[in-house]
Design a protein around this ligand. Structure first.
Ligand code: PLP
Length: 356
């Protein structure tokens, strides 16, 4: 297998693609790619104790690259290889400092593709190390844009790389329809196949690929589904005022092209403190060690279930998406000094609001 990848050719890339096509059809996987998806749905009845409410968590953190971004990374690369927009000599470029970069780097190893991740100084040291160890090239932008962030500088640098790297291909996760389709065919279909009834879906939003894809698939089976988007306080996706936020994952400083707001019924904005509390509750009550946006989703779920009308004759059934694992957040959510800093900040803000 190693020889095939090192001495890759178009024919060989096709051969690997073919050998990876059926997911989970054998008990022995022919590569790590076949371990993507089929993640468990787990009942959280220690954290949500009301017998009239059933909260099921889709553990996307159990994907082999550590997050749900394995799905779009695999789908986008494999569709590209199939339709010819990605070739065996393509060089994958993306602006990402987190889970998608790691997932793309993993895909690059398997398909013998060069991968360059454009990052900024806010990238976590752990993510940077994982991307490098997985063989990705790292391009760090250092100049902030006129909004004080790095998004525009990162996109400008991607454009520069596309003009200077031969055979470069931009993944463009905010606008690439294969992003949401990966969740329509994967995550959404797995949930639909597992359940006979479902009332509410709660998921975090950044590119919106996951919530769009999962909701579209689930509404085919459950037309009355109530879809809840979870955004970060300080993100502008749903029109909130821009502000600083420390946890990566959900939120964005731009509106994703993939997002169709009319498909989301309600939106909850969660701050870093409530996200951290959600993570810590998930760990304390359920033993699930998850990343920051999982905590945001748990915090939103606690508010949502208190408000929703219960169906007659059965519990209200809610699915929440837990996108990644806790290890990448050891210096934030699971660091007591960081927690104390965030707690002081948000308690002061809440105090001001009460004072007004
Ligand atoms: C940890 C985490 N949670 C949630 C999201 C949001 O997912 P999406 O981009 O599909 O909206 C992301 C996206 O990067 C993520 O990394």
């Amino acid at each position: 297998m190693i020889m095939i990848i090192i001495n890759r050719s178009k024919k060989e890339a096709k051969k690997i693609l073919k050998s990876h096509a059926p997911i989970n059809s054998l008990s022995i996987k022919s590569s790590i790619l076949e371990c993507i998806g089929d993640t468990p749905l787990v009942r959280l009845n220690r954290l949500f104790t009301d017998p009239d409410i059933e909260v099921l968590a889709k553990l996307e953190c159990m994907n082999p690259g550590g997050s749900m971004k394995d799905r779009p990374a695999r789908y986008i690369i494999e569709q590209g290889l199939k339709n010819g927009t990605i070739q065996s000599n393509s060089h994958i470029v993306e602006s990402t400092s987190g889970n998608l970069g790691i997932a793309l780097a993993m895909m690059g190893r398997l398909y013998g593709l060069a991968v360059t991740c454009v990052v900024d100084p806010k990238v976590s040291a752990v993510n940077l190390k994982i991307m490098k160890q997985m063989g990705a090239n790292i391009e760090m932008v250092t100049e902030a844009d006129e909004q004080g962030g790095y998004l525009l500088t990162r996109i400008a640098h991607v454009q520069y790389l596309l003009g200077s790297i031969p055979n470069s291909v931009w993944i463009n996760q905010y606008a690439n329809s294969n992003n949401w389709k990966s969740h329509f065919e994967g995550t959404g279909t797995e949930i639909a196949d597992a359940l006979d009834d479902l009332d509410v879906l709660i998921a975090g939003v950044s590119t919106s690929g996951s919530i769009m894809g999962i909701a579209r698939r689930l509404r085919e089976k459950f037309p009355a589904l109530h879809v809840v988007g979870v955004d970060a306080v300080g993100s502008i996706i749903f029109g909130g005022p821009p502000g600083s936020r420390d946890l990566p994952g959900i939120g964005a400083s731009r509106i994703p092209e993939l997002l169709n707001k009319s498909e989301i019924d309600s939106v909850y904005h969660i701050n870093d403190l409530d996200s951290a509390n959600g993570c810590r509750a998930l760990l304390r009550y359920e033993g699930i060690f998850a990343g920051g946006s999982s905590g945001s989703v748990v915090a939103a779920a606690q508010q949502v279930v208190a408000k929703m009308r219960k169906p007659i004759g059965r519990p209200l059934r809610v699915v929440i998406i837990l996108p990644d694992r806790g290890e990448r957040y050891m210096d934030k959510v699971y660091d007591d000094d960081w927690y104390a800093m965030v707690e002081a900040k948000w308690l002061a803000v809440e105090g001001e609001v009460v004072h007004e």
